[in-house]
Structure formats: C-alpha cells, structure tokens
Design a protein around this ligand. Sequence first.
Ligand SMILES: *Cc1c(COP(=O)(O)O)cnc(C)c1O
Length: 380
Amino acid sequence: MKVPLLDLTGQYEQIKEEIMEVMQKIFQEQHFILGPRVKALEAELAQYCRTVDAVGVSSGTDALMISLMAAEIGSGDVVLTTPYSFFATAGVVHRLGAQPAFCDIEPDTYNLSPARFAETLERFKGMDKARLRAVIPVHLYGQCADMDPILELSKKANLTVIEDAAQAIGAEYKGKRAGSMGDFGCFSFFPSKNLGAFGDGGCVTTQVESTGHRLRILRVHGSEPKYYHPMIGGNFRLDTLQAAVVSVKLKHLDGWTEKRRENAARYRRYFESAKLENRVALPIEKESRHIYNQFVIRVKDKRDALKAFLAESGIGTEIYYPIPLHLQPCFSYLNYRKGDFPEAERAAGQTLALPIYPELTDAQAAYVVEKIQEFFMKAK
Ligand SMILES: *Cc1c(COP(=O)(O)O)cnc(C)c1O
C-alpha cells in the first residue's frame, strides 16, 4: 500500500469545477494583480480569523517580513523566537538587519515555553533592554502556543507580538483564533498548509485598522499614492489567481480540518491497540482546537531507522525539523552552542510527522500503525 505524506489530488477532485469556473473568468478579465478578488478574500479571511483586517501577501515568509517592517524593526534590534520552527521564522529577522534570539520549547507541544521566555526577558533586563523589540511565537503543527503568559510578559516588556500562524489557520486558544491575539498574525498559503494556494501566498491579520492600512502601503513598495513613497516597502502582493483558489478552498476548510481531527483520533485508537506507548509518544492536545497541519509523534529511539523502514513500506514521513535554528550554520555568528536549548535539540532527534491529510483512508492509517508496530517487533 502507498501512503504519501501528503496527497492533494483528492482534494482537487472535490473543488475542480469551482476552480475551473473562476480561473476561466480571471483569464477573460486579464486582471492578475490585487484587485476586487484579493479584497474579497481579505474580508473572508478577517471574518474567519475573527480579526478586524487581513492583508493578502506573497507568502508566509513575506507575511512575517512585512509585519516586522510595519513594526519598524531593523538594524540593532533583537527579536525573540523559538529555535524549533521553519527557517523563515528567524530568517526574516536577520534579513531586516535585526538579530534573532531564541528561547527553548515545551517538550509536549513543541511550542515556545513561557517559562523560558520569562527567563530570557530577565536576562535581557540587565543588558540592552531597549534593543529587545518583538517576540514571534509559532503555533507549530497546528496547535497554538500558550498565548496568555506570552502576551502578558510581552506587554510588560513592551514587545510587539507577531504570531507565526503559518501552520495554524483556524486553530484556537481558549476560544480565540490563531492570528487574532498578537499585534500581527502571519499565515501561509504554501500548498502543504491546511489552506493552500496553487503556488505561493499568505496573509497578515490585525485587530488595528491603521495597521491594515500600513501593511497595504508596505505591500506596494511603501507607496501612497502610487509613485509617492512615505516609506520603503517591497513587492509583497498576493496575486489574483492565488486569491481565487484560496477563496474557493476557504469554504471547505472547516470540513477538511474536521477530517484531519478525525484522522488524529483514528491514529490514537490504532496506536492504543498496538501498545507502543514505550516506543512512541503521540501529540497532545493542550489547546482547544488543534488543526493538525501535522500529526507528529515522538520516537524515543531509532527514529531514523523507523523513517527508512516506513519509506521502504511505501509510507511517506518527514522530520520537522532535523536541525534547530540555533545550530544552523548560517546562525553560527549568534554564538549558540549545542546544549543551549535541550528540548529543541531532543525534539529534532525524535520527531516524525505521519500522513494526516483529510482524504487519508482508515485502511491507510491502520497500515501506518501496523508498519510502525512491525518495525518495533523486529527491533526488539
Ligand atoms: C510554511 C511556514 C512559513 C513560511 O511560509 P511560506 O509561505 O512557505 O513562505 C513560516 N513559518 C512557518 C512555521 C511555516 O510552517
């Protein structure tokens, strides 16, 4: 049996007619940049995320970048974040001339630890406090970071809060939607995210009307009106074709999220019968709505051998992420060492994402767990 990590073809079959219809219209109109379709999607996204505004941008990476620019973060500034995320979370900080600094994660959710965050803030107090400008909590795998203490600590330290919600559209924390809690919410429409475009795309959500206005200026090279530049922005536009695809898919998103959640529950049942609790730890649902962009297990021993065995058995898996950000060669100038963030380092050596996409069948899920069980029987 073949079980790819992600298969988008089944999803496409469900929306083919809707997509074809709107694509034909756009080809007739020949209007490809921003325009009323992007505007309409922005209103739909703001409503979905329960925010005042949403601004379509060119990618999740650019959503983070433009948020930092809107907060005027740049040379000499420091931005705190987790060492256990996709590279873009910290990459954008460096690209703006600021410096990323890391705090370790919680071992159960893999999200930024409020306790470690508090300690880091204490350490900065004695040093150059003024340089510390923002924090980027990441809602990893589709589950929100523990936002209450993060928001409270940030408020006291006067930090801008930029939620990296690229993996978490529709996720909730105590009834609040991802992207609605911080100063900025950053989303990605990369095809493997729960709400994926047919290419790159993203958006930034905000609860402040004037911030939406500012982001729209930055999105077009900082110009307002056209060819007059009160600030320096870039080309961060979401194009019309991608907006139309995302708009069609958004109507289906909650149905697909429910299927992902059902698949997670199904995995839990199969893992329980397989009696693998000494080998494998399942993801925990700490916050009220985990949207399972990934279903990530922790494999205490032989993770890489298990991954190889599953690949031989036709099962696609992935390691998100094999090297924590503080140990990436490009960040060696930050002078972090191995051992600085033990939880992130342990996670990098033990996590494994299993297929969880909505169209995954019961038989496929059963087969995945069966093969994991087979591997550990042999490994004994
Ligand atoms: C995907 C992702 C991004 C970047 O989004 P792109 O659209 O690929 O630029 C940023 N942060 C996290 C946590 C992501 O998963």
